[in-house]
Design a protein around this ligand. Structure first.
Ligand SMILES: Cc1cc2nc3c(=O)[nH]c(=O)nc-3n(C[C@H](O)[C@H](O)[C@H](O)COP(=O)(O)OP(=O)(O)OC[C@H]3O[C@@H](n4cnc5c(N)ncnc54)[C@H](O)[C@@H]3O)c2cc1C
Length: 461
């Protein structure tokens, strides 16, 4: 770290509501763990904040002392930018409060809350807004990159449901951002990642959802992958927006509803949620069972909040992860062939390829309406390389890269900032697409010295 006088670190600690960890402190190693086990950074200071006042104090400390700064929400981003070597981490992960105004259908969510924190509080009132599919993900990073999940076809991206935010700017000022207050900042934080300030709280619009909804899985043998994927693609094209069906291609986990002979074998999993009356949903999902001969299914009415956690056991923190991602406007026959070819040589039982079907309401805003520009995406694909040991690094990373290259001819331009790995700085411009120049100008206005640079960075224009 740039040499900082010990008295200044003592001054940071004084009156700090949360906890300041230095490398010698008990709890430091725990505090520097994030979701992706491949990231092993050693910050000089981890300032775990209790509230906005702490955030301002830690940010001013970084700016005034010329110290590299990283901001941590729930620490899920694959690239590991929520940590930095030697600098200070402004850690919001203890700022998890969620206040729901059920009458107004609004929620105020602190910047360190997870999807589980938010879903749990909103579902207590039968309300929700679209967020991601793994409940330990952070609301902050997810929202700042765009955010999508099971409710997005019906209610849009997470940012399409953002009403306002409280932001600590690079100058250390606490400002509001909404359609009427600092509208340019509000535009920028809806997809511009962590480039424009530290968001201490988000205000979301909520929708009546469940609490019990039809959801579940239909699993097909890999031998039927081609015909299943073709029928899946056609099915999605005619589905109502309340129905979301995603595809996961992987080795079957030992799910109790699958015969033991299938465990560990390649399969095609259709995962679904119907965000409406479950009885209507039953009729709508019926064709999904007839794409071939399923090896198992588990579909039923269950709490939305439970479905939001259904994939958590496959996405636990600590494993080694390397991801690659493309957006698609359609699933071409050639893409199906390539996906099948690569699933046939999965390098680890935890690797998978998924196609998240978004489209629907996410496509309605213009590409320039928010910083998130990819309003043409029908599918977001994630090549999810995941494994246990460093010895597997090279093989699994190479597999992810090779499949990414092989599937590139079928992809639309652009990339999802929330799925970019640390080695993809060359894709940052295309991730912001047509909005990059405006974002660069706003970066100059709000962060001319690029204080917030541990992210999918936009250089001040
Ligand atoms: C298992 C898994 C499943 C996922 N599923 C989905 C999904 O279904 N849909 C989807 O859209 N995305 C999904 N994602 C991607 C997810 O949206 C990103 O990883 C997101 O960045 C996570 O947010 P976080 O706060 O946990 O991350 P962090 O790693 O803490 O932060 C990510 C970035 O945001 C910045 N940041 C964090 N908090 C703040 C803040 N309060 N103010 C300003 N900047 C901040 C950080 O500096 C960093 O650059 C998934 C990720 C994982 C690992």
């Amino acid at each position: 770290m740039t040499r900082v006088d010990a008295t200044k670190i003592e001054a940071l600690k004084k009156g700090f509501g949360g906890k300041v960890f230095l490398p010698k402190d008990a709890g430091y190693d725990e505090a520097r763990k994030i979701w992706n086990g491949m990231v092993d950074k050693r910050p000089a200071i981890i300032a775990t904040c209790a509230g906005t006042k702490d955030v301002v104090k830690a940010l001013n400390f970084a700016r005034e002392n010329g110290v590299l700064l990283a901001v941590r929400g729930a620490g899920h981003h694959i690239a590991g930018n929520s940590l930095c070597d030697d600098g200070i981490v402004i850690d919001l992960s203890r700022m998890k409060a969620v206040k729901v105004d059920a009458g107004a259908r609004r929620a105020r969510v602190e910047g360190g809350a997870t999807l589980a924190d938010f879903d749990g509080a909103a579902q207590a009132h039968g309300l929700a807004t679209p967020v991601g599919i793994n409940s330990t993900t952070g609301i902050a990073g997810l929202t700042l990159g765009g955010g999508f999940g099971w409710l997005s076809r019906k209610y849009g991206m997470t940012i399409d449901n953002l009403e306002s935010a409280e932001v600590v700017t690079a100058k250390g000022e606490v400002v509001q951002a909404s359609a009427s207050v600092n509208p340019d900042l509000f535009w920028a934080i809806r997809g511009g990642s962590g480039n424009f300030g530290i968001v201490t709280s988000f205000e979301f619009r909520l929708h009546p959802v469940g609490p019990d909804l039809l959801s579940g899985l239909v699993v097909y043998p890999f031998a039927e992958a081609k015909t299943v994927l073709k029928q899946y693609r056609d099915f999605v094209a005619r589905s109502p927006e309340a129905l979301s069906v995603w595809t996961v291609l992987r080795k079957a986990p030992p799910l109790p509803f699958l015969p033991a002979a299938v465990h560990g074998k390649e399969v095609v999993i259709l995962a679904l949620l119907y965000a409406g009356d479950p009885r209507e949903g039953e009729a709508l999902v019926q064709p999904l069972r007839k794409f071939g001969k399923p090896v198992g299914e588990h579909i039923g009415v269950q709490p939305y909040a439970a479905w939001q956690q259904a994939f958590d056991p496959l996405l636990t923190p600590g494993a080694r992860n390397y991801w690659k991602s493309h957006n698609f406007t359609k699933i071409a026959d050639g893409l199906i062939d390539v996906a099948i070819q690569y699933v046939a040589k999965l390098p680890s039982p935890h690797c998978e390829i998924f196609f998240g079907s978004i489209g629907g309401a996410t496509k309605r805003p213009a590409p320039t309406a928010t910083a998130y520009a990819h309003r043409d995406a029908e599918y977001v694909m994630n090549v999810h390389g995941r494994w246990d040991t460093p010895a597997e690094d090279e093989r699994c990373i190479q597999w992810s890269r090779d499949y990414f290259q092989a599937s590139a001819p079928f992809a639309s331009a652009g990339a999802y900032v929330n799925f970019l790995t640390a080695d993809e700085t060359d894709r940052v411009r295309s991730a912001y697409g047509p909005n990059y120049e405006r974002l660069a100008q706003l970066k100059r206005k709000y962060d001319p010295d690029n204080l917030f640079r541990m992210n999918q960075n936009i250089k001040p224009g």
